[in-house]
Write a protein that binds this ligand. Structure first.
Ligand code: ZN
Length: 134
């Protein structure tokens, strides 16, 4: 893994939270993107070299809706930038981590992504993120 790509925060109302985080960071979000397959609407903020992703559920069975139901709003996942997601998945599986997406899927922001089960990572949902090559 190379660096933290972004931190994902689950929110109930993206519009309300966009205003809140705009005040916090002193800069507005630079894009909004829906990932229909995941039932989420996301917005992205750039804070210096770092990226923050806000996630709102777009349907009741979305993983974000379930997360908020269980734990409330808050940090949902930490995403790490990887060079080659397929080989990273194989490496982590060999190390005993539970990979939720053996085949990487399309994430927001033109990424290929895969998640690790928090059971195998001390309760932290980890996202692997690879820039999609054009
Ligand atoms: Zn993410």
């Amino acid at each position: 893994m190379r660096k933290i790509e972004h931190i994902g925060i689950a929110v109930k109302d993206l519009e309300v939270s966009n205003e809140l985080f705009e005040k916090l960071f002193g800069a507005p979000h630079y894009k909004i993107e829906s990932v229909e397959s995941e039932g989420v609407k996301t917005s992205f903020f750039q804070v210096g070299p770092n990226k923050i992703e806000l996630l709102e559920a777009t349907k009741p069975d979305s993983p974000i809706a379930k997360f908020i139901e269980k734990k409330g709003e808050g940090i949902h996942h930490i995403a790490f930038d990887v060079e080659d997601i397929e080989s990273e998945i194989k490496r982590l599986q060999a190390e005993g981590f539970i990979v939720l997406n053996e085949t990487p899927k399309s994430g927001a922001d033109n990424k290929l992504v895969a998640f690790l089960h928090p059971k195998s990572t001390n309760g932290v949902l980890i996202e692997l993120c690879q820039e999609r090559k054009a």
